[in-house]
Design a protein around this ligand. Structure first.
Ligand code: PHE
Length: 358
């Protein structure tokens, strides 16, 4: 057989082989391997081309054209098969499920929880709810009138000073205590009394208050809870009773309370309220070393007193006919005592490493 016909017949065989192999390929990788096996340096076609040397000169142009046509055929077929595989892959992707929606996520965000101040606030409100007090809200941006004047603060009282309050203008400020709610609720009560209802009210109100104070136990924003009760014959005995019931519910049965005479312009008489130190109860006998109560055995939790006749007058109630008591407590301080938190700033820095401990 001449070299020319040898080449012709081998090309024919290779032609059948590669067409079969290319169309049987199911992956691009496999197709490329088949392609390399044919056209690569050590491929089948190279072996055939080695025979070209022996082809007679007059046959060369024809055989050369044949080889070129073969090569072009391989390239076209290869390109078509590549396209087929790409289309198949696309179809498979489009018709398959995009991803499993039921798989658990890779990022996890821990569940949040209440801020310690809010937990304590709700605990306090819960105790007073059980004692018959309704909870109301009051505004943090307040008129000077409701924050100071109607509460019988004299115009030059140091608390009204620029040093102690955040003023918007000379009439409006951030409330410095929750006692503004007393004023607002008593004015509403006065309207109801005028309409013939009895002068009776038992209310608590918790929220943020603002003062220009800043150290380890004072923050410019902090929280208070106010409580007050109005009726026709309220005495200090009821105030004492309510606050001792409160202390026992908060810190356990037998927790003592004491009043120390003190001055607030809107109560008369007025007192500071102390609760027996929960960190060094007498039974534990550790008082002398207790740093929380400074070895006194008492923790100050707030102020209280009998509503001053002027406050009744300023809110439209008749001090000859109504009586009442009021008290105010620092919620943040109670939270610090409850959780043994040494610095009030920790409560408001919003550091999750700290807050997640509660
Ligand atoms: N409002 C007072 C304060 O912030 C506390 C207080 C409330 C005192 C009610 C007496 C009666 O210091």
């Amino acid at each position: 057989m001449s070299a020319a016909s040898e080449i012709e017949s081998r090309l024919q065989n290779l032609g059948t082989q590669f067409r079969e192999a290319f169309s049987a390929a199911t992956t691009e990788l496999q197709l490329r391997a088949d392609y390399a096996k044919l056209l690569g340096k050590k491929g089948d076609l190279t072996a055939v081309l080695a025979l070209l040397r022996d082809v007679a000169a007059e046959e060369r142009p024809r055989i050369g054209a044949l080889v070129n046509a073969f090569r072009a055929d391989v390239e076209t077929t290869f390109a078509n098969e590549l396209k087929r595989l790409a289309e198949q892959a696309l179809q498979a992707e489009l018709s398959g499920l995009p991803f499993d929606l039921s798989l658990p996520g890779r990022l996890s965000f821990g569940r949040g929880h209440r801020h310690p101040v809010l937990s304590v606030r709700d605990e306090l409100l819960g105790i007073f709810r059980e004692l018959g007090f309704a909870s109301v809200d009051g505004p943090e941006v307040e008129l000077e009138e409701n924050n100071f004047t109607k509460l019988a603060f004299p115009p030059d009282h140091p608390a009204t000073d620029m040093q102690d309050s955040f003023w918007f203008n000379n009439k409006v400020l951030l409330r410095t205590h929750t006692s503004n709610v007393q004023v607002r609720e008593m004015m509403k009560l006065a309207t109801r009394v005028a309409a013939g209802e009895p002068p009776r009210l038992a209310v608590v109100s918790a929220g943020a208050v603002y003062r220009r104070d800043d150290d380890v136990t004072h923050s410019p924003m902090f929280h208070q809870m106010e409580g007050f009760l109005i009726d026709t014959a309220v005495s200090m005995a009821e105030l004492r009773g309510v606050l001792s019931a409160f202390a026992e519910r908060l810190y356990g049965p037998g927790t003592p309370t004491r009043f120390r005479p003190s001055y607030f312009p809107f109560v008369e008489p007025g007192a500071e309220v102390d609760v027996g130190c929960v960190f060094c109860s007498v039974e534990q006998g550790t008082r002398s070393s207790c740093r929380v109560c400074k070895a006194t055995g008492w923790l100050e939790v707030g102020g209280c007193g009998m509503v001053h006749p002027d406050v009744f007058r300023h809110t439209g109630l008749d001090p000859e006919k109504v009586t009442g008591f009021a008290f105010g407590m620092g919620i943040d301080r109670l939270a610090m005592l409850r959780y043994g938190i040494p610095n009030i700033k920790l409560l408001f820095d919003n550091d999750p490493r700290f807050l997640s401990q509660f």
